[in-house]
Ligand binder design. Structure first.
Ligand code: 1DF
Ligand code: MN
Length: 346
């Protein structure tokens, strides 16, 4: 049974939605020439499968009212921070992506206005056009009242470590809003060995791809250039906290031996950026040992709760997390106050 009144609010920070019209665009992409294999594997599945899981997820994704609120009540979630589901607009051509990001953001902002105590929303952007993306961050935060920016990892195989995208980081830093780097399936030139064995999705491919993306952002020196920028990564940091020691050792060894032009000296160790520029959510990982490890290594003020609705929707997980052996102070940080701080909730 969910405890109805714990002494914290439960704020879930990686919760997905999809406007119905987005699936019309997706249908055209899937029917077009040579669609992205990861996109075919992921959305091709959810949009056509007759399985109960897929049909349930499709129903939940497009609802921003009664059904979602009912599911939140049933699992004791006080507030969802909602973001456009992966890959969002990043699979679209540039013009469609730029215009549909605005439509999705308007729709999400309207839902937040209908349910201001239950929903918050993140700004979707089209990295395909970094200048328009920067403008949309400003519009989303300043005019629509959204909080945080959702980026569903790579965009047509390109990574934000490329300086051509850094106007996006500049805008996030200037608007004092975090970027949630959410998974996507591995890109075309990486996915085959994952697809061969059915491991390209949330089971493993997501984490490999997104962990790589976050690490590329660190080693490219993004946080030396934008020291106040804050990023959020899910799934217990896509395993990066567990890698901290080896990343620090090998980064320094690689710099010293002058092995790659792309691995240069940074102001700090890779793990310092994890500790100072990243928040880690436990989306998809309702597992106390991993949560405790991340709190111990990055700090309890850096680790926060996410359910990953509707992909992972389970009252049992909330009960297990409520029951974690953890100080009352850290549990409140985990479920409530860290999210209030990073997403500036009122
Ligand atoms: C799945 C998982 C799909 C996550 C997602 O978006 C997603 C899944 C399309 O299970 O297929 O966001 N997730 O974050 O774990
Ligand atoms: Mn997710």
């Amino acid at each position: 049974m969910i405890s109805p009144h714990p002494d914290y609010l439960r704020i879930a920070t990686e919760e997905a939605f999809a406007p119905k019209e987005m699936f019309d665009i997706y249908r055209k992409i899937l029917a077009g020439p040579d669609p992205d294999p990861g996109f075919v594997s992921l959305l091709g599945f959810y949009m056509t499968s007759k399985s109960d899981r897929a049909q349930h997820i499709m129903r939940c994704l497009s609802d921003l009212d009664t059904l979602r609120l009912q599911h939140m009540d049933d699992t004791g979630i006080d507030r969802q921070i909602i973001a456009l589901t992966s890959p969002g607009v990043q699979i679209m051509d540039t013009d469609t992506a730029v215009s549909f990001a605005k439509i999705a953001n308007d729709e999400l902002a309207a839902a937040v206005r209908r349910h201001p105590t239950r929903f918050s929303g993140m700004v979707a952007i089209a990295p395909q056009n970094p200048h328009e993306a920067a403008k949309e961050i400003e519009r989303g935060v300043q005019q629509l009242g959204l909080t945080g920016v959702i980026i569903n990892s790579h965009t047509h195989g390109e990574y934000l470590s490329d300086p051509k995208f850094w106007e996006i980081f500049e805008a996030a830093e200037a608007n004092d809003t975090p970027i949630y780097l959410h998974p996507n399936t591995p890109p075309r030139n990486m996915i085959q060995p994952f697809l061969d064995c059915g491991l390209d999705g949330a089971i493993f491919g997501f984490g490999v791809e997104t962990g790589l993306h976050a690490l590329r952002i660190i080693t490219a020196g993004v946080f030396d250039r934008f020291p106040k920028l804050q990023m959020v990564i899910g799934h217990m940091g896509e395993a990066l906290p567990f890698w901290s020691y080896r990343l620090d050792y090998m980064h320094q060894a690689t710099v010293k031996s002058d092995r790659y032009p792309t691995i240069r000296a940074l102001k700090k160790k890779p793990s310092d950026y994890l500790r100072e520029n990243f928040y880690i959510t436990n989306s998809g990982m309702a597992w106390e040992p991993a949560i405790r490890f991340t709190q111990e290594t990055l700090g309890a003020e850096r680790v926060l709760y996410a359910m990953d609705y509707p992909y992972q929707y389970s009252a049992d997980e909330v009960v297990a997390l409520d029951g974690m052996p953890m100080s009352a102070e850290n549990k409140k940080r985990f479920f409530q106050t860290n999210a209030e701080k990073v997403f500036k909730l009122k």
